[in-house]
Write a protein that binds this ligand. Sequence first.
Ligand SMILES: [Zn+2]
Length: 196
Amino acid sequence: MTEEISIQRHKCRVCGTAFDFNEDETIYEDLCSRCAERKFPLAFAVRKRIQESCGIVAAREVFTEKHDGCLPNSMIGEDLMGDIMTLFKAIGHVVAEAAGLPEEQHTVIVEPSYEDTTWWMITKDPPKTGLPRAAESQIVLFDYTKAWHLGGNLAEDQVEEMLEGWKETIVKSTRDVRLVEDAVQLLKSAKLSLLS
Ligand SMILES: [Zn+2]
């Protein structure tokens, strides 16, 4: 029995070199992985995550394939809400990590909707202490959009720009925003100084 492997030589549209395009594995048809990582690091990373959870076709079609529903068909399984969460979580993890918050230091929370706006946020979590310290989590990104606005006919540089925007927001938030506990503390001392 011979296994059929469909590898073709494709030409990279950026550097012009030939690379192995494997139908079952390679995400970009016209970009070598080196150029993909250099030019579109965030978009490439999100696609790789989508590939892990939804397969190679979804990884190619997300963002750029025209579709009528809120996600490309290749991303839709039996649980549409779960699939929308998968997309936003993939995006959230990639932009948070790129902003300097590794997986164990952030949480992506998604409130999915297939007919309306999906709300999502990323929190910077305190180091594990064994005690619930949710109140000390810092919201570093809060955003809402309709899932279908993330897909359909976007050019790859537009996708990268969109992801870069979220990353920048997180970078700024991690610098500026106070922890909820700090804010409560400030409020208390403000009240005390008013009383005294
Ligand atoms: Zn290249």
